[in-house]
Design a protein around this ligand. Structure first.
Ligand code: ZN
Length: 57
């Protein structure tokens, strides 16, 4: 489960080289913003779960 403004890390970095993103919209689809270049991309929850790096806590 993800919450608004949560910072996530993806397994593969963005084209700019950064792998940290902030969740900026939650709904049927999620919008995540690259913390480096601030590009926003749209992903569905299935894809988001697939690309996010699980926190080891
Ligand atoms: Zn980026």
């Amino acid at each position: 489960m993800f919450i608004l403004n949560q910072v996530i890390k993806t397994k593969k970095p963005h084209a700019c080289g950064c792998n940290e993103w902030t969740i900026v919209r939650i709904g049927a689809d999620y919008k995540i913003k690259c913390n480096n270049c601030e590009r926003i991309i749209l992903v569905d929850s299935t894809k988001l779960n697939k690309i996010v790096k699980k926190q080891s806590q």
